[in-house]
Design a protein around this ligand. Sequence first.
Ligand SMILES: NC(=O)c1ccc[n+]([C@@H]2O[C@H](COP(=O)([O-])OP(=O)(O)OC[C@H]3O[C@@H](n4cnc5c(N)ncnc54)[C@H](OP(=O)(O)O)[C@@H]3O)[C@@H](O)[C@H]2O)c1
Length: 145
Amino acid sequence: MRNVIVTGGSRGIGLAIARRLAASGEYNVIAVARRESEELAAAVREAQRRLHFRACDLAVTNAIPAFAKSLRDEFGAIYGLVNNAGVGPDGLLATMHNSDIEALIRLNVLSPMILTKYVARHMMADGAGRIVNISSIVASTGHSG
Ligand SMILES: NC(=O)c1ccc[n+]([C@@H]2O[C@H](COP(=O)([O-])OP(=O)(O)OC[C@H]3O[C@@H](n4cnc5c(N)ncnc54)[C@H](OP(=O)(O)O)[C@@H]3O)[C@@H](O)[C@H]2O)c1
């Protein structure tokens, strides 16, 4: 069965993706978030060993290489990566603290790039892989503020 990592898989869109992939019977899904939600724990129980939770704070980008290696060591070849974890802040850029801008870019941009780097290396060696990046409709429409 092909392994797929879904970041931000503990709730919302990521949990829906993780559930759907696990229910297809074709994928073994590793949902990544900082904490396992009750919803995800219930989905893991229902998924008959096709859905797993592994904790990682993806904003700590220095920890990503070892985390990616640990998933490969534990589960084997990673076929799919869904970069879904992210935050959508309220408010205006003009009034955001610079530290909040840095934290936002770290989680939404830098972290998926670094995770992709370490997962894609193995996909290249394995000769197969799929990477999906979740963005926002705002990326194509623009957004006030
Ligand atoms: N929902 C929308 O209308 C919408 C619109 C545009 C774009 N998007 C994008 O779609 C994606 C999913 O949105 P959503 O609404 O489903 O989000 P959500 O319900 O807020 O869930 C976010 C997920 O990301 C995880 N996460 C947050 N910070 C993390 C960190 N530092 N390390 C690891 N995991 C982290 C959360 O788990 P923990 O908190 O436990 O870590 C959770 O599983 C996001 O990238 C979002 O920007 C959503």
